[in-house]
Design a protein around this ligand. Structure first.
Ligand code: GLA
Length: 591
C-alpha cells in the first residue's frame, strides 16, 4: 500500500512485514525517514532525525541563519553532491560550464496501479493485483534536470523495487557522470555488511563484517557482474542470524559494471548506495533526452535471513523469471558433454552419451562448445555460427532426430558476444571487436569481445543464430560469456560518448536476449559466464536458469550454492553432478 499524507508531506510504503517512509521537508528536500518493521503510518518518522549545528557541515543557502540544517547530516532519499552532503553521492551532473554537482528538490508525485516497467531493462513485473507504483519527481533547477524516483511496491513479498530516470528538460547538453539506482540512509551504523565474493570456480562465498568508519564496497569493472563479487548484498543487525534480527537485502538487476558501497559517517549514521559503477561511466543527455538507471530491489526482513531469502525467492519465481517452464513445472534434468569430450566429439559420441543418459531418465541432451566453425580448441571459431559438418554430418537436423528418437529433447551451447581472431567473422570485420585505436586489444581465453553496443553487429549475430535455430528443433540454449571486457571503445560513438559503451554493451546483450525470448518463447535459455560470472537478477529475467559454477565438485558446490541461495531460488541454479575424480580439484566424492 502507498500512502501520501498531505499534512505531514510523507510518503509511506507498506508491505506485509515492513514500512518505508519518505518526507518532503521545509526546503523541499526528500528525506529518508524510516525503513523497518511497521510503525504508525500516520506518524511523521522524520521527527527522529536530530538537527544540530555541526562544524564543517554547510547549510543550504535558503536556510539563512539556521545553522542546524545540513544535507551532510540529514538522511537523504537520493543523495546529491557538491552542495553540502559529503557522503556517498547517488548522482553527479556535469553542466556545459564544467561544474559538477547535483541539487535535487521535490516537485510532485504520481501513483499508478500495477508495477512500472523499464523498456530495454530487466525488471520485476506485476499487474494491478500484485503491485503499485509511486513516482516522485525531483528537480535540479539550475541544471534543468528532472529526476524521477520510481518505487514498485509488492506487498505480499515485502519487495520494494526502485529505479531512476533522469531527464534533461533544459536547452543545453548535460552529462550524467554517476547515476545510482538506490540510496538508503540509516540513522545507525551498528550493522554488518554481508557480501558474496570469490573467483572463477568459487563464486558467491558469504563474507560478513561490521561496518567501520569510511566506505566499504564491492563491485565490478569487468563488464559483467563477475565471479568476484555479486550485485546482491545484505545490511543487517550485528546479531542477525537465519531466524532473528533485522536485515535488508539489496539486489541490483544488472549484469555489467556495478558498485555496492556502504559508508559509515562521522555521526555514526550510514548510507548504502548501489548502481552502475561510476568507473568509465558518463552519459550525455541532449535536451529532452533521458537516462534510466537499472532496477534495484529491496527486501527488509525483521525476522532474520531465512525470511528475507524466502521473500526474494518467491518474488523472483513469481515476478521476475520469464520461464517456459511455468510455476510448478519441473525443468528437465540435462546431460552436457563438455567435461566428457571437450572439443573432441562427433555426432556418434554425443549419441552414445545421450543413450546412457536416456536410460537414467535424463530428458535433455545438450551439445556444448565445439560444434561450429573451425572450433577444435579455444583459439578459433567464435563468431562463425555455422555447423561443422565434419563433426556433425547431416547438421543439427540429423543429430536432433537421433536425440529425439531416444525420447530426449536437444539443447545447444553458444557464445554470441565473442569472436576469435582466427574466424571468418574477424577476418571480414576486425573492427567489430572492442578495441582502442592504436592499442592492440588484450585477449582473454584467446578471444576478443564483439562491440554489442552496436545494433548492426547484434543484427548480424542474431541472423546467424536464427539460421542455426531454424535448422532443427532446439529446446534449450546455454548462453556463455567467457572473458572480461577490456579495451572498451566503440567506433560507432563520438569521443564524448565513450563513457556510454560499457552500459550500451549490457543493453545490447539484453536486446539480443529479448529478441531470442520473443521469437523462441519455448526455448529455455540457461545463462553462463565461465560458470557463475554473471549470476544476477538482470540475467535471470532473460535466462531463468544460470550455470552456477565451472566447479562441479559436490563439496565445493555446497559452499557456492549456499551463498547463491541467500538471494536466488534453487530453481535458478544449474546444479551439476559430474564424474570423479573431479576435473577441477581432483576430489573423489561418492555420488
Ligand atoms: C565455459 C563454461 C563451460 C563450457 C566452456 C566451453 O567455461 O562455463 O561450462 O561451456 O565454457 O568452452
Amino acid at each position: 500500500m502507498i500512502i501520501h499524507n498531505e499534512q505531514n508531506q510523507t510518503f509511506t510504503l507498506l508491505t506485509r512485514h515492513t514500512m518505508y517512509q519518505m518526507k518532503v521537508d521545509r526546503y523541499q528536500v526528500l528525506l529518508h525517514a524510516y525503513y523497518g518493521p511497521p510503525a504508525d503510518v500516520d506518524s511523521d518518522l522524520s521527527d527522529f532525525i536530530q538537527c544540530a549545528d555541526y562544524s564543517f557541515s554547510p547549510n543550504p543557502n535558503e536556510a539563512g541563519s539556521d545553522r542546524t540544517y545540513s544535507l551532510d547530516v540529514m538522511p537523504q532519499e537520493y543523495s546529491t553532491c557538491g552542495v553540502g552532503d559529503f557522503r556517498l553521492p547517488s548522482i553527479e551532473l556535469e553542466l556545459p560550464n564544467g561544474s559538477r554537482s547535483a541539487d535535487l528538490r521535490y516537485l510532485r508525485y504520481e501513483l499508478q496501479k500495477g508495477k512500472y516497467s523499464l523498456p530495454g531493462l530487466p525488471a520485476f513485473y506485476g499487474g494491478e493485483k500484485d503491485a503499485e507504483t509511486l513516482i516522485i519527481y525531483l528537480e535540479d533547477a539550475a541544471a534543468q534536470v528532472t529526476v524521477a524516483l520510481y518505487y514498485g511496491v509488492f506487498e505480499e513479498f515485502d519487495l520494494i523495487t526502485r529505479a531512476v530516470r533522469v531527464l534533461n528538460h533544459g536547452s543545453e547538453t548535460v552529462r550524467l557522470c554517476r547515476c545510482a539506482s538506490l540510496c538508503l540512509d540509516f540513522l545507525r551504523s551498528d550493522m554488518d555488511f554481508v557480501t558474496f565474493n570469490g573467483h572463477h570456480l568459487m563464486e558467491r562465498c558469504l563474507d560478513r563484517a561490521p561496518l567501520r568508519s569510511g566506505i566499504q564496497s564491492v563491485g565490478s569493472i569487468r563488464g559483467a557482474s563477475s565471479h568476484q563479487h555479486n550485485p546482491f548484498v545484505i545490511l543487517c543487525d550485528q546479531d542477525a542470524d537465519e531466524d532473528r534480527g533485522l536485515c535488508y537485502g539489496a539486489m541490483l538487476l544488472y549484469s555489467g559494471n556495478f558498485e555496492a558501497a556502504a559508508e559509515c559517517s562521522q555521526f555514526e549514521n550510514s548510507r548504502f548506495v548501489m548502481g552502475i559503477h561510476p568507473y568509465h561511466f558518463c552519459w550525455t543527455l541532449e535536451p529532452d533526452e533521458a537516462f534510466t538507471a537499472p532496477e534495484a530491489a529491496l527486501i527488509c526482513s525483521p525476522g532474520g535471513f531465512t525470511q528475507m531469502s524466502q521473500q526474494f525467492h518467491r518474488a523472483i519465481r513469481k515476478c521476475l523469471l520469464c520461464d517456459p517452464y511455468g510455476p510448478g513445472q519441473q525443468k528437465p534434468v540435462l546431460i552436457n558433454n563438455w567435461e566428457a569430450t571437450y572439443f573432441d566429439f562427433t555426432a556418434d559420441k554425443l549419441i552414445d552419451i545421450a543413450k546412457e543418459a536416456a536410460a537414467l531418465g535424463i530428458g535433455l541432451s545438450v551439445m556444448d562448445d565445439g560444434w561450429f566453425g573451425r572450433r577444435d580448441d579455444d583459439n578459433s571459431g567464435l563468431g562463425d555460427w555455422w555447423v561443422n559438418e565434419t563433426k556433425l554430418p547431416g547438421g543439427l537436423k540429423d543429430l536432433t532426430e537421433r536425440i529425439h528418437a531416444l525420447g530426449m529433447t536437444f539443447g545447444i551451447w553458444m557464445e554470441p558476444e565473442m569472436v576469435n581472431e582466427d574466424s571468418d567473422l574477424y577476418r571480414a570485420h576486425p573492427d567489430w571487436a572492442l578495441h582502442i585505436p592504436g592499442r592492440a586489444p588484450a585477449r582473454g581465453r584467446g578471444q576478443l569481445v564483439l562491440d554489442f553496443s552496436r545494433k548492426d553487429i547484434r543484427d548480424y549475430i542474431y541472423s546467424q543464430l536464427k539460421s542455426v535455430l531454424s535448422s532443427a528443433p532446439v529446446s534449450y540454449i546455454k548462453w556463455d560469456m567467457n572473458r572480461s571486457l577490456t579495451d572498451v571503445w566503440s567506433a560507432a560513438l563520438p569521443a564524448q560518448r565513450q563513457g556510454e559503451v560499457y552500459h550500451r554493451y549490457v543493453l545490447g546483450v539484453y536486446d539480443l536476449l529479448e529478441r531470442l525470448r520473443k521469437d523462441y518463447p519455448h526455448i529455455l535459455i540457461e545463462g553462463c559466464c565461465g560458470g557463475g560470472g554473471r549470476f544476477d537478477g538482470g540475467m535471470l529475467y532473460y535466462t531463468p536458469q544460470i550455470w552456477c559454477s565451472d566447479d562441479s565438485d559436490a563439496i565445493d558446490r555446497l559452499r557456492i550454492q549456499y551463498g547463491t541461495s541467500f538471494a536466488y531460488p534453487t530453481c535458478t541454479m544449474g546444479a551439476h553432478v559430474s564424474a570423479v575424480p573431479n576435473e577441477q580439484n581432483g576430489r573423489v566424492t561418492p555420488l
